[in-house]
Design a binder for this molecule. Structure first.
Ligand code: ATP
Ligand code: MG
Length: 506
């Protein structure tokens, strides 16, 4: 019996050796297994990492795992028509996307195909999706402001061109709204915008595209959409695609703002891929290189020096936390890669203090170098005032009689908090943001009831825009407030404050 077995084994071995494995296995391969958006293939010995491969049915895949005996491929389409033993071909192309101004106003998928029904994109150039970040010697430090038009951000957590500022908070706390505000505010500022939607509901993205159109921001924006029903592979690819599009403009000396909404879902997509490819998993089942996933992405943003055209790419990555836990794995990773974070506080958002930017936990590590002198003038003490207010308020809850100084800190804090509120998608020119904070610095809000603060602010904005546009123009010229300008503004406010009181009482 044993002898017979051996004979069979021997015969099989001979037959295996006769098979011509070598039939051009450099450029083609055979599918071993397929499923869950992943295919393993034998052959393809010449394939490069990140090279596109094509299956018999035309579906594209990305060669991600290059192992000794097989290649792990993530599918950029449906796996329904791919079978075992199908042939898979090299394309000798690294995944790339169209770039250039033809993309503006369009919605594309992560491979750059239009998905907005507006026809072909007449592009002239393509770029590889993955690219080495610009080196240190090509860069310059952040020194120009990028105004978001969100009062509290521009005043306290200023963002500069080339900065990477994380927007982090629980679900439904206004993360997208802040990023969108920043995009809308770039109208007429010569900044091209890229909005990358990763793993979001299609309806949410439709709403965002609608908002962009309504404010005319689509003219300078491209939306890269990889919704929740896309394969993980496409979601994984999308931020790199968006970055490649932005990089083209940056390398041409232009300013770019790119929003990744959001990188939590991106990390999850990558985790799915990695687990399916049987890569070893680590903390929270993410693969060991999940840090590199986002560091190599965010390193590509920055400010180039004059020799390299002086362009910039500012990044606003978004991370969703679970019940405010910013010390979870992915949040801490991205916090350590970025130049600061805007932390959105869920309780305050629900209590109606919107945007719910937490003044204590939010920082901008480089942006203040880029803040305008006028803004520095009016906003320098805000952080301290708010911190004192929050502390005193907590303390005052437990005592009935508080001294006059504490009371005035609390009263001012309440009015300041009110002043910093702002509805979503309200774009305020920088000089008016300065004017708003001027009301706090020079004590004008302290003369009002809390409920009057925003009415007075709106009144001041309208009056200045309509009747004192020369003062606004002077302010906007270099954004410097000298003593004489300060006196002029105070003089006008004196009058407006009186008029306002009359309007309120009459
Ligand atoms: P998700 O976690 O679902 O992505 P998100 O954190 O991105 O949510 P948004 O979609 O920006 O949050 O906002 C959630 C809701 O809150 C929206 O209906 C939006 O209109 C509203 N909202 C956001 N910011 C403000 C604001 N400053 N004032 C009033 N409403 C706001
Ligand atoms: Mg959102």
């Amino acid at each position: 019996m044993a002898q017979k077995d051996e004979q069979i084994v021997q015969r099989l071995k001979e037959r295996i050796q006769q098979i011509d494995w070598e039939f051009n296995d450099l450029d083609t391969g055979t599918v071993l297994t397929v499923g869950d958006g992943i295919a393993l293939a034998r052959g393809l010995r010449g394939v490069q990492a990140n090279e596109l491969v094509r299956f018999e049915d035309g579906t594209l895949g990305l060669a991600l795992n290059l192992e000794e005996n097989q290649v792990g491929i993530i599918l950029l389409g449906n796996d329904r028509n791919i079978r075992e033993n199908d042939t898979v071909y090299r394309t000798e192309e690294i995944a790339s996307v169209p770039v250039g101004d033809a993309l503006l106003g369009r919605v594309v998928d992560p491979l750059g195909n239009p998905v907005d029904g507006k026809g072909e994109i007449n592009f002239t150039e393509e770029r590889e999706v993955e690219r080495q970040a610009p080196g240190v010697m090509t860069r310059k430090s952040v020194h120009q402001p990028l105004h978001t038009g969100v009062k509290i951000v521009d005043a306290m957590i200023p963002i500069g061109k080339g900065q990477r500022e994380l927007i982090i908070g629980d679900r439904q706390t206004g993360k997208t709204s802040i990023a969108l505000n920043a995009i809308l505010n770039q109208k007429g500022q010569n900044v091209k915008c890229v909005y990358v939607a990763i793993g979001q509901k299609a309806s949410t993205v439709v709403e965002i595209v609608e908002t962009l159109r309504r404010y005319g921001a689509d003219e300078y924006t491209v939306v890269v959409n990889s919704p929740a029903d896309h394969p993980s592979a496409l979601q994984y690819l999308s931020p790199y695609s968006g970055t490649a599009m932005g990089e083209y403009w940056m390398d041409n000396g232009e300013d770019v703002l790119v929003v990744y909404d959001d990188l939590s879902k991106h990390a999850v997509a990558y985790r799915t891929i990695s687990l399916l490819l049987k890569r070893p998993s680590g903390r929270e089942a993410y693969p060991g290189d999940v840090f590199y996933l986002h560091s190599r992405l965010l390193e590509r943003s920055g400010k180039l020096n004059e020799q390299y055209g002086g362009g910039s790419m500012t990044a606003l990555p978004i991370i969703e936390t679970q019940i405010g836990d910013i010390s979870a794995y992915i949040p801490t990773n991205v916090i350590s890669i970025t130049d600061g974070q805007l932390f959105l506080n869920t309780e305050e958002f629900h209590a109606g203090r919107r945007p719910a930017v937490d003044s204590g936990l939010s920082v901008s590590r480089v942006g203040s170098d880029a803040q305008t002198p006028a803004m520095k003038n009016v906003a320098s003490s805000l952080r301290l005032e708010l911190a004192q207010f929050q502390e005193m308020q907590a303390f005052a809850q437990f005592s009935s009689d508080i001294d006059q100084e504490t009371k005035s800190i609390i009263d001012h804090g309440k009015r300041l908090t009110e002043l910093l509120k702002q509805p979503a998608h309200l774009i305020i020119p920088h000089e008016l943001v300065i004017l708003s904070l001027f009301l706090s610095k020079h004590g004008w809000i302290d003369k009002l009831e809390v409920s009057e603060v925003r009415k007075f602010e709106a009144y001041v904005h309208t009056e200045f825009t309509e009747n004192y546009s020369d003062i606004l123009a002077e302010l906007a010229e270099e954004f410097v407030i000298d003593e004489s300008l300060e006196a002029t503004i105070n003089e006008v406010l004196e009058k407006l404050h009186k008029d306002f009181a009359v309007i309120q009482n009459g």
